[in-house]
Every structure is written in C-alpha cells, then in structure tokens.
Design a protein around this ligand. Structure first.
Ligand SMILES: C[S@@+](CC[C@H](N)C(=O)[O-])C[C@H]1O[C@@H](n2cnc3c(N)ncnc32)[C@H](O)[C@@H]1O
Ligand SMILES: [Zn+2]
Length: 287
C-alpha cells in the first residue's frame, strides 16, 4: 500500500506527514485528504487557471472510452517491455505523471500484482477532475493533484516515471528519479487514428518526431511501437474518442459534422514507446 508520507510540501519542499485526514509540513502548511482519498498539492499560486488541466467533461469521455479497453494492448505492451532491473526492484516506485483518470496505472498495478512484482504507484495530474475519477477507480495508489512542473516529492525517490500522452517536464523527472531510474514516454505515432483524422481535416499535417535530438540527462535504452486496428461500434463510442482528444477543439466544423454521421469506423492505433534511463551525474555533467 503506498504511503502519503513520501511527499513533500509544494510550497517549501519540507517533508509532509500524515495527521488524521491531512498532510502537514513542519512550517504549518496543511493539505486535506479528500473523501475519495486523493490530496491536492497544487498551491493556488502555481495555478495558471482556476480549473487547470482536462475538464470534467473531457475526463468523463476519456474514462468511458478507455473502459472499452481498446487501449488495453498499450498496457500489455508496457508490461512486455518492462526492464528486468525494474522487475527486480521491490517495491518499484512508479509515478504516472499526468495520469488522467488512472486507467494505465490501475491496470499496471493490477497486472503486476498477479505477477508477484510489487509496484508502489503514485498518480499525479493537474486536473482535479481526473484525479477524483482516478481515486474512485482504485485505492491501491496514491493520487495527487499537482503539476509535473513542480513535483511534490523529494529528490531521487522514484524508480520509474511514466508519461503517457502527457506533458513531460524532464528536469523534474530527472530530479525525482533515483540513479539509474527509468522514464517511459508513450506518444502517438504518425498513423494514430488516421482514418478519423482524414475525415476531420482537409489535409493531414506531416508528422514531426519529438525529442529526436535526445533528452538532456537521459539515455534512450529501448524503443518500440504498437500498431493495430480497432473498431468503434457506435456514434457514442466515436464521440467519446473524439472528445478525449485535442481534435475536438482543432478540427473544422465540417469535419466534426461528417464524423457525426458515422455509426461505426475501424481506426488504427499507432503508439510509440521510448524507455530512457537516467544518465549518471558524471555523464550528465559531461554533456
Ligand atoms: C492527453 S491526457 C492523458 C492522460 C493519461 N495519461 C492517459 O493517457 O489517459 C493529458 C493529461 O495531462 C494533464 N496535464 C496537463 N498539464 C499537466 C501538468 N503540468 N502536470 C500534470 N498533468 C498535466 C491533463 O489534465 C490530462 O489529464
Ligand atoms: Zn510547507
């Protein structure tokens, strides 16, 4: 069972300790644990907007779509590629940075518990709606409202940072990872949802690879991709998928109207996985 006591105060970085239903720091900052079990460690002064991150509506569409398990092969692929060094780590301290409504962390915890690998999971997202949904999904992880830009946890306290379709802040991932710790970036590939994008947009933008020059402080240790078709069987399913992606805001009116006419569609999932390992301080300084 994960513990809240590894976290640090987002205001002054002091260690937090659990006192009844709150986390408190020695300087008197106090953060209540919500009924569903998450804690909000996003200080008001760090909020760029009143309701940052994914909206309640987007979270609910993402949850409905993910629960159809069309993306479960992503979970399986992560498990298949999981580094042996992390399997040997017990417990393996994992942060899902930008966890959304917790689908991936929940399934990873579940799957690994059946394989006798002990994961200690922390899910963090800037959206309180996402974290509320995640904390209702499972109590087996520590759920935090917070930002990747200032992780409320001490240096070198993690063995793995996951960032799936998210907004990585590499300096923070570097700081919080132990020496030799791992980072997994999961992103969509060039053909991801292509059939839907072809209807939504008059032309498809050329694909631009991310981080092609490498990431400071990290060494790429493994790269793979997953490519498979899946079928959306109703307008509801199509709408749920559309509403959990940026396409709902970016696509033209005509494109969205054309998608509304569909009652089924077969689409491609194309997902890229990059495993990195934290470079040693000497390697990093020599860069
Ligand atoms: C595309 S969603 C992906 C969610 C989840 N990883 C998944 O794949 O289902 C991106 C998530 O990043 C969150 N987010 C945006 N900015 C963030 C930040 N600075 N720190 C943490 N999470 C952030 C959003 O609230 C949203 O839940
Ligand atoms: Zn404090």
């Amino acid at each position: 069972m994960p513990t809240f006591e590894q976290l640090s105060c987002p205001i002054d970085k002091q260690s937090l300790s659990l006192q009844e239903r709150s986390l408190v720091c020695p300087n008197g900052h106090s953060f209540d644990i919500a009924k569903s079990g998450y804690v909000n460690l996003l200080p008001v002064q760090n909020k760029r907007s009143k309701d940052p991150g994914d909206s309640k509506e987007m979270v609910s569409y993402r949850q409905s779509f993910l629960n159809l398990d069309h993306y479960f092969p992503i979970v399986k692929h992560m498990i298949d590629q999981w580094p042996d060094a992390l399997k040997a780590q017990s417990p393996c301290r994992v942060l899902d940075a930008g966890c959304g409504e917790g689908y991936y962390l929940h399934h990873l915890l579940n799957e690994f518990s059946q394989r006798d690998v002990l994961l200690q999971g922390i899910g963090l997202d800037i959206s309180k709606w996402a974290v509320t949904a995640a904390s209702k999904r499972t109590k087996n992880a520590t759920w935090i409202v917070g930002s990747n830009a200032g992780l409320p946890m001490p240096d070198k306290c993690l063995d793995l940072v996951l960032c799936l379709f998210g907004f990585p802040v590499f300096s923070e991932f570097y700081r919080t990872l132990s020496d030799q710790g791992y980072m997994l970036l999961v992103e969509s590939g060039e053909e991801h949802l292509l059939e839907l994008r072809e209807i939504l947009y008059p032309s498809i933008h050329a694909y631009k690879a991310t981080h092609s020059d490498g990431i400071e402080g990290f060494t790429l240790v493994a790269e793979s991709s997953l490519h498979y078709p899946f079928k959306l069987n109703s307008q509801d399913e199509i709408h749920q998928l559309l509403c959990m992606t940026p396409h709902i805001h970016k696509a033209s009116y005509e494109g969205k109207e054309a998608v509304k006419e569909l009652n089924e569609i077969s689409v491609t999932a194309h997902v890229k996985f990059r495993w990195y390992q934290k470079a040693t301080e000497e390697d990093h300084n020599a860069e």
